[in-house]
Design a protein around this ligand. Structure first.
Ligand code: 6R9
Length: 641
């Protein structure tokens, strides 16, 4: 039996010590102490938590701060201006080093430029960019002014971008001319040009990244290098209320319309900085930290931008993908920059496993001392491979469970304290309280009983609502088990040692390579195609991506089907989804069927379709309105195409 207890040497130097669990017995005093430990306040707060208007929380009431000041200025003021903030690894071989002093100048210039474009406190700014330092600078410039950013993943379609600009009523969009993908310059601004007309966005600020040709609207479009480079590098960071909105980030819900998750300043920054310190064990003077997420996802927000920069860490910012220019690029970067903390996703780890251990073995990975995982459950096999082949057989792995809504890490081992259990994110970190409830809302304590994960106490980085939809906020998160419990939407169980195992979403949300996609959203994209009458989408388990999108579509009667045409149509439908939502949403498989399995009340029984998609025996069909449907679907699948 392998012992995954921390070594005494690791424990001794660890930021997160066991005493934190004891200290957290007084919930509010614990968080008040973290807020003062990790954040510099321009005005100290009074009440730690105001929960009188639950589920609408206020944390660190009356406190004032500036998130950008906390992530940049204060490190320069403390004499650390020469410390590298970002080792920028470009996708085109053009690496750059940005120190904290450089970052302060760049963020100040960008803040001045945004103000010159008419952005003021409270205005929303959409950011649609590749993984370039200007994206980080733009986020921090928005935070500085108090203009909430809404970062839209650069892989999303122009339709998805438009919906997010409209919902957040963004005044400005920041983008780039293009982006490098596997060494090739691809357009990006083009999608913005299609998204912006008819929306509130009056200006588009464009970073020149690739130099490819772009359409230009003189009234609306402004080059970043023209307004930012010439702006003053002095910008006083104003103090904002602790509850001032910091950003909106859209995530998939159970209905087609994405939810704009709202985060505010003081509580969010506190929990991001604290968790990054105690979970990733960041020692800013000596560590080189690399989180491989994209800033378009919450992991990039909390663990590239706000957490590590608030802590004054040195990090790698990588513009590229794991397979370009070659399958060893991650390990080449680890070797070159002596990365000591690596935070990535199970889907990436499984891909590396598939490529083979001989690839990382060619590089010197001895600098690595902590590994992290996020985005979906990590299967024990991948966990062991990660530890063995990347972590030199000894690096602790922190499997961190959290969500866009929770803002920061909730369940995770502490690397200097916890004896690790491969595949489980184990237990709530100090300051967080979770339980598993059964269908009736009774707490489960017995091992191996499957229930629902809930959070039982408010936490500083919790979402403050869904943008523009307070009712949906209450319904989605605070009604399933009553107003005392935050319902996370994940199934979970305890093991005999009291570790929590997350079993995946219990709602109609899929997790593809760690990205949340809603079945309803993809179904409505399919149905928006003129040939499709009805569609059902399920997440089928997939060796590499965790889950894969599998769609079943019924065609309209007026069209022809069959033969070669149906292959072409399937391709066309896949592309249609890609265009409507983004390439990550493209179904792995689309099956053209004559019927869908439905209950008598007309609900599609996705459970049965999932059985088909995963090549399993079909489960209980007794609640189907027409039980012969499943035979038809199965027969259809068995037919060679
Ligand atoms: C940070 C992030 C949240 C959903 C969450 C859960 C799944 C994330 C996990 C995990 C098991 C982990 N999830 N981390 N499941 N173990 N360590 O991923 O946010 O994109 O909002 O997704 O991802 O299902 O509910 P988000």
């Amino acid at each position: 039996m392998t012992d995954y207890a921390p070594t005494p040497e690791f424990t001794e130097q660890a930021v997160g010590q066991a005493s934190l669990y004891d200290e957290a017995a007084d919930h509010e005093a614990f968080w008040a102490a973290r807020a003062r430990e990790y954040v510099t306040w321009s005005q100290d707060f009074g009440t730690t938590l105001d929960w009188s208007d639950a589920p609408f929380a206020k944390w660190f009431v009356g406190g004032e701060l500036n998130a950008s000041y906390n992530c940049v200025d204060r490190h320069v003021e403390a004499g650390n201006g020469d410390r590298v903030a970002l080792h920028v690894v470009g996708a085109n071989g053009d690496d750059r080093t940005i120190t904290y002093a450089d970052l302060l100048r760049e963020v100040s210039k960008a803040a001045n430029a945004l103000e010159s474009l008419g952005v003021t406190k409270g205005d929303r700014v959409a950011i649609y960019m590749p993984m370039i330092p200007e994206a980080v600078i733009a986020m921090l410039a928005c935070a500085r002014i108090g203009a909430p950013h809404s970062v839209v993943f650069g892989g999303f379609s122009s339709d998805a971008l438009k919906a997010r600009i409209e919902d957040g009523e963004a005044k400005l969009v920041i983008t780039s001319d293009g982006q490098f993908r596997k060494g090739k310059a691809m357009p990006l601004k083009e999608a913005v040009d299609r998204a912006v007309p008819g929306t509130t966005a009056g200006k588009v600020l464009v970073v020149k990244r690739t130099g490819i040709d772009v359409e230009w609207d003189d009234e609306r479009d402004v080059w970043w290098h023209e307004v930012v480079d010439s702006a003053s590098d002095q910008h006083e960071a104003p103090a904002h209320d602790s509850e001032h909105p910091l950003f909106i980030l859209y995530t998939s819900g159970t209905t087609g319309k994405p939810k704009g998750i709202l985060h505010t300043t003081g509580g969010y920054l506190t929990q991001c900085a604290y968790t990054n310190a105690v979970v990733h064990d960041v020692h800013p003077e000596t560590d080189v930290y690399w989180c491989t997420a994209d800033i378009g996802w919450v992991t990039g927000h909390s663990y590239i931008v706000y957490g590590p920069l608030a802590n004054g860490a040195t990090q790698v910012l990588f513009e590229g993908t794991p397979d370009s220019p070659h399958q060893g690029v991650f390990w080449e970067i680890v070797e070159k920059y002596k990365v000591s903390i690596l935070y990535t996703a199970p889907t990436a780890i499984r891909t590396f496993m598939k490529w083979g251990a001989d690839i990382p073995a060619k590089y010197d990975l001895s600098s690595i001392r902590v590994l992290g995982s996020v985005g979906e459950p990590i299967n024990p096999e991948a966990w062991r491979w990660y530890r063995e082949h990347i972590g030199g057989g000894s690096a602790p792995i922190v499997d961190t469970w959290w969500q866009t809504e929770t803002g920061a890490i909730m369940n995770s081992p502490l690397p200097g304290v916890t004896t690790l259990e491969p595949g489980s994110s184990q237990r709530p970190i100090p300051g967080i309280s979770a339980e598993i409830l059964d269908d009736e809302g009774q707490p489960l304590t017995e091992p191996e009983k499957v229930g629902y994960l809930v959070l039982t106490k408010p936490w500083p980085s919790m979402l403050r609502g869904i943008w523009g939809d307070p009712e949906r906020y209450k319904d989605t998160y605070w009604s399933r088990f009553g107003p005392e419990y935050y319902f996370a939407g994940d199934g979970a169980k305890y093991d005999a040692d009291g570790n929590i195992w997350i079993l995946g979403r219990v709602d109609d949300v899929m997790n593809v390579s760690g990205h949340r996609l809603s079945t309803a959203e993809i179904e409505s994209a399919l149905v928006s195609h003129p040939r499709v009458a009805e569609a059902a989408v399920v997440g089928a388990s997939d060796e590499t991506t965790g889950q894969a999108v599998v769609a079943f579509a019924i065609l309209r009667q007026d069209g022809e089907t069959g033969g070669a045409e149906s292959d072409e149509l399937v391709q066309e439908l896949r592309n249609h989804v890609g265009q409507q939502i983004g390439p990550i949403a493209k179904p792995r498989q689309i099956m053209i069927v004559d019927e869908l399995p439905k209950t008598r009340s007309g609900k599609i029984m996705r459970r049965l379709l999932k059985d088909v998609a995963e090549n399993r025996e079909i489960g209980d069909v007794t609640t189907l309105a027409d039980s012969s449907v499943m035979n038809l679907i199965k027969d259809g699948m068995a037919k060679p195409s």
